[in-house]
Design a protein around this ligand. Structure first.
Ligand code: F3S
Length: 717
């Protein structure tokens, strides 16, 4: 015996949703208006969950009301609101569409014709949307007269037999009406079930139909089967059958209504197996009969005939406020594409879509069949991002995670991996990976394998550094070609270091050493220059190989001694400060950079053994200019000359006279050196370094005029 189970046996998506929603409902006083589905065991299980089935809304005083997939009239919604009931609306989308269409055309003045069963809850509910004024036609054999209406809108109950529907339409066609709008609103699962019933009932010598005796769609399956097959059995439950009598059949088809749970179908199959003669099974149907596993896989296969992710071509049947009704293939029927699933941005304008237009959608759920165009567009957009990439392509990604080898991200539909060695220069430890999560990185493709891409940020950093270096090199070459020692250039102070100021000249950073900023001693470069200000500098030293240029600022400023002759003529009286005391005299600073010597003999009218006995460092004194020599930078001063003459000129003792001579000799020779002519510290040779123009210490400043002249030893002439 071969047992063939119809592909569309069991719950349709509308019923499945209603059952799941009802079982998920919680709380006190949950009622279903009418039987949720035409299946006693389901109703019983709901009752066990304290979810009561009522026949009228009048029976519900408070709490929640579940509206089943058949839908209800607007009057029921209004009554529920008046009673402050919480509405759990499980109206099937296909039924909602019919209700809206009926309301729309009724409001436009059309007379509504519903082809369906007068007493079916779905039809009663639909009729409510046109003020209960519809003409309801169940059969072509009925006598009906709609000649009085100029405009007709015809819809069908979702479980209407398609053949009967066509016959009734043809009958209505004979009326000389001006406008007739026909909407074939038969649910695609009904069409498919009826087709299978017709097909299997032709092929099989027995048909078992499982479903509630008050189920409209189950009845249709039974009626269709009876046309082609003499042995049709309609049962609600598996235990209603006497399975022994099925042994005589070669092929048995099992059909089930939209409200038949899968458990009932499997139970029938199991019972059939139990009573069947094993020998006979082997002889007649060993290769054809399905095992329990095969039944399950068959059902799964049926569900998966529309596989998730599969792209299907559809034809638009209808565009309304809910979305688009699409025809999937020639045989698979219609399905609603929700308005939220049409465009990538969620927008929807029904006027943009016309019946007959083709549209591709992707299957996002196979049971119940659910499709989306939005996800298809988004997936294609993501794919196009990836297909636009090739090796060396650059793109930006936001890091969304990491693994032990590196960072991970998504780009379109591709998975991106950035190995630790390709994140940046240097080693990036695994503990540091999390710092990159959420950051956007520019990366370059280094390898593509399908939708797996290995990328590198380091490659981009390296390239850009090379470009910068080339640009810098060009600037440097132009700069070095344009400069020479002694040339005066304009430069902007860009930053300070302890040992000097960095000055940008034509895009190239040079150093003005602190010793070349002022003729007097300066502690910090900021004392002379200001950041971001532009000054003139003299180029003092150029090292093209190391790309270092030393600048001087003080060299463009007047030296204190250049003006000293005019400012401090002989016999002028000055104020000064004692800055240094030696055995032969005291050095008096008359201005920064100019110190004069008061010889010990010129300190006082009294004989002084040591200047410290008469003067202290920092003391201010009046001095008379005895002599000035700008060439040797010597200024000879006297304090004594400004003192009143002593009553008696003291005569020094012979040994004192000798000491005075000795001290005077020192004064005329090498002991007397202006302060700024002190020996400079010996410079350490600068270490070689690969880094371009890196000033390593404060000892590498530009050569000062003092340095350049030191070998001349002009003070020792
Ligand atoms: Fe809805 Fe069709 Fe089922 S109308 S409830 S999906 S039979």
């Amino acid at each position: 015996m071969e047992i063939i189970i119809a592909k569309n046996a069991g719950f349709c998506f509308g019923v499945k949703r209603a059952v799941e929603t009802a079982f998920a409902a919680s709380g006190e006083n949950v009622c279903i208006l009418g039987e949720l589905i035409h299946n006693k065991s389901v109703i019983k299980k709901l009752a066990e969950k304290n979810i009561k089935t009522v026949n009228s809304i009048d029976e519900i005083k408070s709490g929640k009301i579940i509206i089943r997939s058949h839908g209800v009239s607007p009057e029921i919604y209004n009554l529920a609101k008046e009673k402050n009931l919480e509405i759990i609306d499980c109206t099937c989308s296909f039924v909602s569409l019919i209700q809206q269409k009926v309301k729309e055309f009724f409001d436009k003045g059309y007379h509504i014709i519903i082809i369906g069963e007068k007493n079916h809850p779905e039809v009663i509910g639909i009729n409510g949307w046109c003020g209960n004024l519809a003409t309801i036609i169940s059969s072509e054999n009925e006598n009906f007269d709609v000649s009085a209406y100029e405009k007709l809108c015809i819809v069908a109950q979702t479980t209407q037999n398609p053949i009967e529907f066509d016959k009734i339409i043809r009958k209505i066609d004979i009326y000389p009406l001006k406008t007739v709008e026909v909407f074939n609103t038969i649910c695609y699962t009904t069409i498919e079930r009826n087709k299978q019933a017709e097909d299997l009932s032709r092929k099989c010598d027995c048909v078992i139909v499982i479903g509630g005796l008050n189920s409209s769609n189950t009845k249709k399956l039974y009626d269709v089967s009876c046309i082609n097959c003499k042995n049709v059995y309609w049962v609600e439950k598996a235990d209603e059958l006497d399975y022994k009598k099925f042994i005589k059949y070669n092929k048995v088809a099992v059909l089930a209504g939209a409200s038949t749970p899968i458990e009932d179908i499997l139970e029938v199959k199991q019972k059939m197996d139990e009573i069947a003669n094993k020998e006979e099974q082997k002889e007649n149907s060993s290769e054809k009969e399905m095992s329990m596993e095969q039944v399950m896989s068959h059902i799964n296969a049926t569900e998966n005939s529309n596989k998730r992710g599969q792209v299907v071509k559809t034809t638009i049947v209808l565009a309304n406020d809910e979305g688009l009704m699409l025809q999937i293939g020639a045989k698979k029927g219609e399905i609603l594409l929700s308005k939220d699933e049409i465009n990538a941005d969620g927008s929807y304008d029904k006027t943009q879509y016309s019946a007959g237009d083709e549209m591709e959608v992707v299957i996002i759920e196979s049971n119940p069949l659910t499709v989306s165009r939005k996800r298809l567009l988004s997936s294609r957009a993501e794919d196009s991002k990836v297909t636009g990439l090739s090796e060396n392509s650059e793109f930006s990604v936001t890091i969304d995670g990491f693994n032990k080898g590196g960072l991970t991200a998504k780009y379109g539909s591709a998975a991106i991996f950035i190995p630790a060695s390709q994140i940046r220069f240097g080693f990036v430890k695994a503990e540091e990976f999390d710092k990159y999560v959420g950051k956007e990185l520019r990366v370059r493709v280094i390898k593509i394998e399908g939708k797996k891409i290995v990328a590198s940020q380091k490659a981009i950093i390296e390239e850009e550094r090379n470009v910068r270096n080339i640009e810098k090199q060009k600037i440097a070459e132009d700069f070095f070609a344009s400069i020479e020692i002694g040339k005066v250039v304009s430069g902007k102070v860009v930053r300070f270091a302890e040992f000097g100021a960095f000055v940008n000249v034509d895009g190239f950073d040079c150093l003005a050493h602190v010793s070349d900023l002022c003729w007097t001693n300066v502690k910090k470069p900021e004392d002379i220059l200001k950041k971001d200000e532009t000054y003139n500098f003299m180029i003092l030293k150029v090292d093209k190989e190391k790309q270092q240029v030393s600048l001087g600022y003080k060299q463009l400023q007047p030296r204190p001694w250049d003006l000293a002759v005019e400012k401090y003529p002989v016999n002028s009286v000055l104020k000064g400060k004692v800055v240094r005391l030696t055995g032969f005299g005291a050095f008096i600073e008359v201005e920064p950079g100019i110190d004069g010597l008061v010889h010990v003999s010129q300190i006082s009218n009294e004989w002084i053994e040591n200047p410290t006995s008469a003067l202290t460092i920092g003391q201010e004194v009046d001095v008379l200019v005895l002599d000035i020599n700008p060439e040797t930078e010597k200024l000879t001063l006297s304090i004594k000359a400004l003192l009143p003459p002593p009553a008696v000129e003291p005569t020094p003792a012979p040994e004192q006279a000798s000491k005075n001579e000795e001290r005077a000799k020192k004064f005329d020779t090498k002991e007397y050196k202006p302060r700024d002519q002190k020996e400079k510290r010996e410079r350490k040779p600068r270490e070689d370094n690969n880094e371009p123009r890196e000033w390593l210490s404060n000892e590498n400043g530009g050569a000062s005029i003092g340095e350049m002249l030191k070998d001349l030893d002009i003070f020792q002439k």
